[in-house]
Ligand binder design. Structure first.
Ligand code: ADP
Length: 358
């Protein structure tokens, strides 16, 4: 049932509309002709009320908007569902354009018959430009990260290769200090190679392009377990899961997300018998997944830090690149979700992430 606005005569209404200076408030009849034009509309569009009353609203649309009959489309949508979102470029009297953002509402009489429209919007050009600039610079930064990590692979390969050669040919032939220098050189080159490879993987991760599939998360976990079979057997890990939902998402990304979290739950899990428990809770707006382990745990001061790129709490004791959780965060946030951890040192950790319902 559309949300229909019924208008009652109100003597103050005209005065209120006049007082609103930062919003254009325009009344339109069923033929699309303007019947009232407030001071905000005068300020925003440059036309006096006397110039606009009786004229079609399409006058404030761009040429492209007029050609594709946007004004008519807006009215039809408002009639059908009560209101219609108005987010588009509009044209001022002097020909300049601005990004108008607001809503067109259909007004109904007591008998629920449409009697006209009111269009309320404001100039959001600055915000629109800012968002576009941010999106552009974010894309550029991702491109830089990708190019740099890609182009650094080759010189690092040479460096690591020759460091290794030095180690093989000259260890024990120079003095002890030289042996130490060469070993550090080889180790540093290898670490840099690993980090650059991880950065390349990170920069390759694309935002989901809406190519979602219905995913049965129980089957997805079974696939993840199959892929991690070697690690699971090696560490004698036990993985359990409760009933999990079917949701639309990118299967590859979801698999990567779960594999990273399960791998960590085993890697940083109990040394004798890592146990991992996966479950999901439904709330009105989202699904919350959790991956619980019985491992070394994390101190509260590191709850945020571990999601940063290259952040590692156990540099020496455990193998890793410090990119897994940063990747998980990037995936979850690209769906509009959140990821967080609850833990106590020595008492295991539970990682949570949410996926909003669409
Ligand atoms: P990596 O495991 O390659 O080091 P991650 O980004 O996956 O990188 O994790 C970052 C850090 O967070 C790890 O180095 C580890 O110190 C900590 N961590 C991740 N998962 C767990 C966990 N389940 N229990 C305890 N610590 C964890």
């Amino acid at each position: 049932m559309p949300n229909k606005t019924v208008v009652h005569p109100d003597e103050d209404a005209a005065a209120i509309l006049e007082a609103i200076k930062d919003f254009a408030v325009i009344r339109i009849d069923l033929d699309g002709l303007i019947t009232s034009w407030n001071a905000g509309a005068e300020k925003m569009l440059g036309y006096e009320a006397s110039e606009m009353i009786g004229r079609p609203t399409s006058m404030i649309f761009t040429e492209a908007g007029r050609k594709s009959k946007k004004a008519e489309e807006e009215m039809a949508m408002a009639k059908k569902s009560g209101s219609s979102v108005d987010e588009r470029w509009h044209v001022r009297k002097d020909g300049t354009i601005f990004w108008g953002s607001g809503v067109m509402t259909c007004l109904f009489d007591e008998a629920q018959k449409p009697k006209g429209f009111v269009k309320i919007f404001r100039d959001m050009s600055e915000q629109k430009r800012l968002t576009e600039t941010l999106l552009r610079s974010n894309k550029e930064l991702e491109q830089y990260a990708h190019t740099i990590s890609h182009d650094l692979q080759e010189p690092l390969r040479v460096l690591a290769g020759y460091a290794e050669l030095l180690k093989m040919r000259y260890t024990g032939k120079l003095d002890a200090e030289a042996d130490q220098f060469i070993a550090s050189l080889a180790e540093g080159a290898m670490r840099a190679q690993k980090m650059i490879r991880a950065l390349l993987d990170f920069s390759k991760l694309k935002a989901p392009e809406g190519k979602y599939e219905e995913i049965n998360f129980e089957s997805l976990i079974k696939d993840a377990i199959k892929n991690l079979q070697f690690l699971i057997q090696e560490r004698n890990a036990h993985i359990k899961f409760t009933s999990l939902p079917v949701l639309a998402a990118d299967p590859q990304q979801m698999l990567q997300l779960f594999q990273n979290l399960i791998t960590n739950a085993i890697k940083y899990g109990n040394r004798e018998r890592p146990e991992v428990f996966i479950s999901a809770d439904e709330t009105p707006n989202e699904w919350i997944f959790s991956i619980q382990d019985n491992g070394i745990g994390i101190a509260a001061e590191n709850f945020d830090k571990i999601f940063d790129l290259f952040a590692r709490l156990h540099e020496k004791e455990y193998e890793g690149s410090g990119i897994g959780l940063a990747l998980c965060k990037k995936i979850v946030e690209s769906y509009g979700g959140r990821i967080w951890v609850k833990s106590e040192l020595g008492k295991g950790a539970t990682f949570y992430f949410s996926i909003p319902k669409t």
